[in-house]
Design a protein around this ligand. Structure first.
Ligand SMILES: Cc1cc2nc3c(=O)[nH]c(=O)nc-3n(C[C@H](O)[C@H](O)[C@H](O)COP(=O)(O)OP(=O)(O)OC[C@H]3O[C@@H](n4cnc5c(N)ncnc54)[C@H](O)[C@@H]3O)c2cc1C
Ligand code: FES
Length: 275
């Protein structure tokens, strides 16, 4: 439960209210983590919040977290500057299981669908998948939706992934005068992407309604429900399966999630919450 003190060693503004901070332990070595996991970050004197790791295990250097300023803790984290101290507990929870092979051991297509800041918990997975596809094959499709062009995060990464052979497509709900790309919901990108549904796994992160519609569309296209993973957010306190704050149906999401398979209970729970 005791946070490990880290120092902010880098800071980058992604959008008007999203900032990526880079953290190094004041003493000791960097935490090991898997893409999809989260840390409890503390802004000292203010409180703690669950924030996903947005870096990739294969990238050496500081831990990365990408934070949207929505309340007291995230505001303090977004305002933190190089040299400031932040507490870190973790890493907690399940991951995107990117090392899993298909049942026949052959490479498969991976479709990554992100809504807004939902690309942050997926960034490390995409970094690993794009690198693995260069080494071992397996196609990577990255489909991103944002409210408007100014809300798209990680523009340089999106370009780098495309340059490295990934299929990258973007859409916005509302265009700006300068935007010449697609306009519409992220689900409209699914039909254009030339993946093979029978050999596809999908990783989805964004608002719950977006994850529900995306997962349903993928199932309708023929993707196996068991091969669809979603990342669910609930209020976190302990992060250790002790307090029950993060309960959703039979799950404690700090322990059994945040990344869970869409099949079965989760698809029912997501549908239930929309009613
Ligand atoms: C597993 C997990 C991973 C997460 N990863 C990230 C991450 O990578 N980056 C990130 O920025 N956040 C992430 N979050 C969300 C973050 O933990 C919450 O937003 C947290 O409540 C922020 O604390 P706060 O004190 O700043 O705001 P709070 O005081 O908790 O919230 C302030 C207000 O904002 C609203 N609010 C809370 N969360 C959100 C939200 N996500 N979007 C819009 N409004 C919201 C609340 O309803 C409240 O009205 C994650 C949450 C979980 C459970
Ligand atoms: S946050 Fe305490 S049980 Fe999950």
């Amino acid at each position: 439960m005791t946070p490990v003190v880290h120092r902010v060693v880098g800071r980058r503004r992604e959008t008007d209210d999203v900032v990526t901070i880079q953290l190094e332990p004041v003493s000791g070595t960097r935490l090991e983590f898997r893409p999809g996991q989260f840390n409890m970050l503390s802004a000292f004197g203010i409180g703690e919040a669950a924030i996903s790791l947005s870096g990739a295990p294969r990238d050496p250097g500081p831990l990365r977290h990408t934070v949207r300023d929505v309340g007291p803790v995230s505001h303090a984290l977004c305002q933190s500057d190089v040299g400031d101290l932040v507490g870190v507990r973790g890493p907690f929870g399940s991951d995107w299981r990117i090392g899993d092979r298909s049942e026949d051991g052959r490479d498969r297509d991976t479709v990554v669908v992100a809504g807004g800041i939902g690309l942050a918990p997926l960034r490390g997975a995409v970094q690993e998948l794009v690198a693995a596809s260069r080494e071992n094959g397996g196609r990577v499709f990255v489909l991103v939706g944002a409210r408007d062009p100014s809300q798209i995060i990680f523009n340089e990464d999106l370009q780098a992934w495309a340059d490295d052979g990934a299929y990258v497509d973007l859409t916005v709900d509302r265009a700006s005068a300068q935007w010449s790309g697609r306009v519409g919901l992220v689900t409209t990108l699914l039909g254009r992407a030339p993946f093979d549904p029978a050999r596809t796994r999908a990783l989805i992160c964004g608002p719950e309604i977006m994850m529900r519609f995306t997962a349903r569309a993928l199932v309708d296209m023929g993707v196996d429900q068991r091969a669809i993973l979603v990342s669910l957010e609930r209020n976190m306190e302990c992060g250790l399966g002790w307090c029950g704050h993060c309960q959703l149906g039979p799950f404690l999401l700090c322990r059994d999630g945040p990344v869970v398979a869409y099949a079965g209970v989760v698809s029912d729970l997501l549908a239930e919450r929309e009613r």
